[in-house]
Design a protein around this ligand. Structure first.
Ligand code: GLC
Length: 635
């Protein structure tokens, strides 16, 4: 027995790697795959030793995953292998100034996958290069958390289309220069997934796929240090099964967390990941990354093993689908957000801090917290990028660092309360029409939902509403990274309160900002007498300018201190001695920047949006909510 254990357990060092590689040669693996495996297997092995070193099945699992990757590579369509090569020869492709993302729900925006295909001329009109289709997999009827409860990763929800259609759409999009992005919801499955069904019925090999406990002892112990994520649905991190046992469910009660301490779970999920890779998905949005590893006595969020797991998935991907990217979805403290971003882990990431602080600045008419964040938290490692957005399908959480705020004399807790009150229209002088989300009376915690137009003041008829929509997008388009539009926001779509009448949505106010495609507003987009027309033409002017401004590529940003609290300003360096100066005034009144402040720049500048010269020699006045993109020469 002991002998057998020694044979199967993972060894550190190169012994295991050599064994696996030699078995591959025997198995006529393609030379290309071998080259990739030689490069990435040592790293995967090391990660496996750290994650699973003491498990007797560790080695077998690793060997079997490498074989899975080999088979996946062998069957990878030729066009995708060509794409892998193209990406390898242009590894910074996603940092280009031409990148522009869009995100939508397949059913709500277009009825189904064929409707998405019919929308392609519009996506081209917008200049999209990245299209995130919200969860489109098979999921439970009724409430499925908007598809974030997945019952099969290999089956498209039949109401939307088929997997074949998805693969064809991916190919069409690729030919149009648009990368398909889908969610990889790997922290949990729905309770209807076959793994879940097998686990609760005790089928051999599946008992350890989830975290199931016979009584409250362990759940109580874990909950001493975990946080409640969806308190409206259930308190704590566990829900009770019909047979009285308790199962880990961080989000909704029908979303059961997987047990990644079991390497069989890693292998199973790697299989689903590679399946999606070969359908032509180019970017996987790694859902809820902070939650994937649990350990008693900790918050069970962003543990070191969560990073090791992501790196292990990434290593598998590098062997079998090397052109793909991971996008991290970590809506947590800014220190934690960046910890997921590296070429070896997630190459791109939502930028929740910039998003939240853009709204913070608009509410307070004070840009200092955002300016400080750009100054100290915007830089990223080479080979990675932010995904900058104004709002997503989720709520807005105020994830700024209290210690940063304290430096500016701002107390985090009451400030968050103010922001919540402001954006749900409870604070005096508020222009916003947001709705509270997951208000927790016990902790005072809450978040905010609403479309960009409704949050910015258009719904309330505030005079600054349209300008604020433009300003918020102008920041997402100019700070560096992939700008991501929530489709519908570019025509100033308003909140849709009808969710409250549908049983499966009524308890989740995020539906207020996930409306159906606003056909009338899209029809108005060429009519300058309409809100939609004005917002659309101003916004698309900015996207057009971004596309032709090489300074907007990459992530380099130098904060520019204007000494005006309402002004957020930075330089995006370009050719030696030149830069684009971005100036943004979040106040409802004009802002004056004096000549001395601008004296480090040559007085002749070019306004890139209006395309006319600007004289900086006498200072500059920014309009209320004004945005200027100026090409300047540094002196
Ligand atoms: C992510 C999604 C969110 C979902 C949750 C659980 O945070 O963005 O919509 O509710 O994961 O999957």
């Amino acid at each position: 027995m002991r002998q057998a254990l020694l044979v199967t357990q993972l060894h550190s060092g190169s012994h295991d790697v050599a064994r696996i590689l030699s078995s591959l040669t025997d198995a006529q693996a393609e030379r290309e795959f071998l080259t990739g495996a030689e490069l990435h297997l040592p790293r995967l092995h090391e990660l496996f030793v750290r994650l699973y070193g003491d498990r007797p099945d560790g080695f077998e699992r690793l060997a079997s995953i490498v074989d899975l990757a080999r088979r996946s590579w062998v069957s990878r369509p030729r066009a995708l292998k060509a794409l892998d090569r193209e990406r390898a020869s242009d590894p910074d492709w996603f940092e280009s100034e031409r990148m522009l993302g869009g995100v939508c729900y397949v059913d709500r925006y277009a009825g189904g996958l064929s409707g998405i295909r019919d929308s392609m001329p519009y996506f081209r009109e917008l200049g999209l290069t990245y299209l995130h289709l919200m969860p489109l997999f098979d999921s439970p009827e009724g409430n499925s958390d908007g598809g974030y409860a997945v019952s099969s990763y290999r089956r498209v929800n039949p109401k939307l289309g088929t997997m074949e259609e998805l693969a064809e759409l991916a190919a069409d999009l690729r030919r149009a220069g648009i990368s398909l992005v889908v969610d990889f919801i790997f922290n949990h499955t729905s309770n209807e997934h076959e793994w879940a069904q097998k686990a609760i019925s005790g089928e051999a090999g599946y008992e350890d796929f989830y975290l199931i406990f016979p009584d409250r002892e362990m759940p109580d112990a874990y909950e001493r240090t975990t946080r409640e994520i969806f308190p409206d649905d259930h308190p704590g991190s566990f829900v009770q099964l019909d047979d009285g046992r308790w199962i880990w469910a961080t989000f909704y009660h029908f979303q059961w967390d997987l047990n990644y301490a079991n390497p069989a779970v890693f292998e199973a999920m790697a299989g689903e990941m590679l399946f999606l890779a070969n359908q032509g998905v180019e970017i996987l949005r790694m859902d809820a990354v902070a939650f994937i590893w649990k350990q008693l006595g900790t918050p069970c969020e962003s543990l070191p093993e969560a990073h090791l797991l992501l790196q292990a998935f990434n290593a598998v991907l590098r062997m079998a689908a090397p052109g793909m990217l991971f996008k991290s979805e970590a809506i947590v403290h800014p220190d934690e957000v960046v910890s997921y971003i590296s070429p070896d882990e997630c190459q791109i990431s939502y930028n929740p801090l910039q998003m939240a602080l853009t709204w913070e600045a608009l509410a307070t008419r004070d840009g200092r917290l955002l300016q400080q964040a750009l100054e100290r938290r915007h830089a990223l490692p080479a080979g990675t990028a932010w995904v900058n957005y104004v709002r997503s399908h989720d709520d807005i959480g105020w994830t700024f660092a209290d210690e940063d705020a304290a430096e500016l004399g701002i107390d985090g807790y009451p400030h968050r309360r103010f922001l919540n009150d402001f954006y749900v229209g409870r604070a005096e002088g508020s222009f916003a029409r947001g709705v509270p989300f997951q208000e927790n009376p016990r902790t005072g915690d809450a978040r905010v939902t609403g479309t960009t137009a409704s949050l910015a003041g258009i719904e309330a008829g505030d005079a600054g509403g349209e300008d604020r929509v433009i300003l918020a997008h102008a920041l997402a388009l100019s700070t560096g990274g992939i700008p991501l539009l929530y489709l519908g926001d570019e025509v100033a779509q308003l909140n849709d309160y009808s969710y409250a009448e549908r049983a499966e949505e009524a308890g989740d106010s995020r539906w207020v900002h996930r409306p159906h495609r606003p056909a009338e507003r899209y029809a108005d987009r060429t009519d300058a007498d309409t809100v939609a027309g004005r917002v659309y033409s101003r916004l698309t002017r900015l996207t057009e300018v971004r596309r032709s401004t090489p300074e907007f590529a990459g992530n380099e940003l130098v904060a520019f201190d204007t000494h005006v609290a309402s002004v957020v300003a930075f330089l995006r360096p370009g050719d030696v001695g030149f830069a684009v100066l971005v100036l943004t005034n979040v106040a409802d009144s004009p802002a004056e920047i004096d000549a001395v402040t601008l004296s480090g720049l040559a007085p002749e500048a070019l306004d890139l949006v209006a395309v006319h010269p600007v004289w900086l020699g006498a200072g500059l006045t920014l309009a209320p909510h004004g945005v200027r993109w100026l090409r300047v020469r540094l002196r």
